[in-house]
Design a protein around this ligand. Structure first.
Ligand code: PRP
Length: 207
């Protein structure tokens, strides 16, 4: 039997997703040992797990290096990978927001400068509102931008709100709700159809 390759995002979200998969009967004892290894197999079950960088999970799945993976809705909307979205896992819940300094007031006669990692999501959001923007693409620590006047606002993920609060920023609007999704490679979905449907059914039972 061919292995079912599962790409998980390294970090807290991936660990939560693995716990769900384990509860559904897809555990892999080797993954639970600490260390720097990135690939683990459970030969008896025919599953192989990878720890991937969170923003790369969809790339592995789109290219078929992984049959299935766990990634955020934010990544799916930003990069539009050609994959199937099988299930909302109801974990990793957060919101994409527009935030700025409390004193910020939008002057519609000026182009709005927006710092973000999520260029496409930000462009679509402001285009739908007919607002002219100039995007500053950053790779992280986005909250710094309005403070040092690199941008007027940011479009970023808010989970607990602590990062905004500690940097004296406030939410001006909510762009979208985000949660983790189980995704599948399109060709693998046909090949492993029964196996993937069984996995989804078991995960749904545990939700
Ligand atoms: C994310 C996001 C915010 C923070 C929000 O950053 O970009 O900075 O988490 O979480 P909070 O509302 O619970 O404070 P991440 O840790 O992914 O790092 P980044 O700066 O590289 O984006």
């Amino acid at each position: 039997m061919a292995y079912l390759n599962i790409a998980l995002p390294k970090g807290r979200l991936g660990e939560k997703a693995y716990t769900m998969l384990k509860a559904a009967g897809y555990g892999c004892p080797a993954i639970e040992e600490s260390g720097r290894k990135l690939i683990f197999e459970n030969e008896a079950l025919g599953v192989r797990y990878f720890w991937a960088k969170p923003s790369d999970v969809a790339i592995y799945v789109e290219r078929g290096a992984a049959d299935i993976g766990v990634t955020g809705k934010d990544i799916l909307l930003e990069y539009r990978p050609d994959v199937y979205e099988l299930l909302d896992l109801d974990i990793g819940k957060c919101k994409m927001c527009v935030a700025a300094k409390e004193s910020f007031r939008d002057d519609k006669t000026r182009t709005l400068t927006v710092a973000t990692k999520f260029t496409n999501i930000a462009k679509n959001y402001f285009a739908a509102r007919g607002r002219d923007i100039d995007i500053v693409h950053l790779n992280g620590s986005i909250e710094i931008a309005p403070i040092i006047r690199l941008s007027d606002v940011i479009v970023d993920i808010v989970e607990t709100g602590t990062t905004l609060k500690e940097n004296n920023l406030v939410v001006f609007d909510e762009v979208l709700d985000i949660s983790a999704r189980l995704i599948a490679n399109k060709a693998s979905y046909k090949f492993h159809h029964a196996q993937m449907e069984e996995l989804c059914a078991k995960l749904r039972q545990k939700q």
